[in-house]
Design a protein around this ligand. Sequence first.
Ligand code: ACO
Length: 325
Amino acid sequence: MSVVRSAITGVGSYLPEKIVTNDDLAKFVDTSDEWIVERTGIRQRHQAADDQPTSDLAVEAALKALADAGRSASDVDMIIVATTTPDSTFPATAAIVQAKIGAPVGIVFDVQAVCSGFVYALSVADGFVARGLSKCALVIGAEEMTRLMDWQDRTTCVLFGDGAGAVVVEPREGQGTKADQGLLGFALRADGSKKDLLYVDGGPATTGTVGHLRMLGNQVFRHAVVNIAEAITLACEAAGLEIAEVDWFVPHQANQRIIKGVGDRLGLDEDKVVLTVAQHANTSAASIPLALDAAIRDGRIKRGEVVLLEAMGGGLTWGACAFRL
Ligand code: ACO
């Protein structure tokens, strides 16, 4: 049976120039490179310039993804930006990106699911593309998490970084089987009753300020391992895949120990897991497309292979997506 699949036809990413090492942080907060590396695997993070808003990072990643797909901005009919650090409360950062790249009038909006934002946004794009409502969609994860840091709080400020990653999603004809190119299965979940474990203590309708990120790290950690393992299992089931059939796992890059914990729980082969947390730190919704792009660019992930994306973040939200590149 012929079906329309949503396929990832191009991938791109961008990291701001400035690199902040663990030793740089240790100059003004009571921490050490040794502690950060041992507890998280993070060695450095990138930080946007003062005059470089989230949309600028998104534009750089989007243009690379379009070039990779052999498309130009004039082809784009939908832009979804997953971000928790928008340029402004409104308009959507996606609208700002649309104007900056010169894309024609189309469907544009942001998705807010924090670190799970890219997986959520991809599932939304799948709905539009598979139903014929979009022929060329840009799905972007772009974040400037360093803007949300309380630089006196060592339990959070060492964990996050800035960056952006983007994919182009286009329709491809498939047979409705797991051999098809394209998005094959999703699992998405949220539990708002756990909102106090990870949140920002500001907002336009409460304090009138942007606020700072607050987190009960070890509780988030425990939920992350269980929830992500569940999401991977469910996404594979939805795609009709055995976990052993997955060629590459591209996890949200929050903490190397979370990624290892999930791997141990599911018996994943470590060589199949893409890790960029050491270089990028946690870039929230940007971390998955950044890692995906890195592993495609260095030749690890190839066309035709099965990739599994997974994430958990504030909300709590979590989810996973299986696709064939
Ligand atoms: N440098 C030095 N010491 C620190 C630092 C730091 N940067 N941060 C905390 N500590 C201290 C604490 O004060 C505590 O000291 P105490 O024992 O004297 O009280 C000690 O280290 C242990 O603190 P814990 O919070 O128990 O340390 P833990 O091993 O849990 O590691 C961490 C903390 C890294 C935050 C971990 O819990 C974690 O990664 N949690 C997941 C959170 C996460 O990644 N969230 C991102 C968003 S959600 C997501 O993306 C999955």
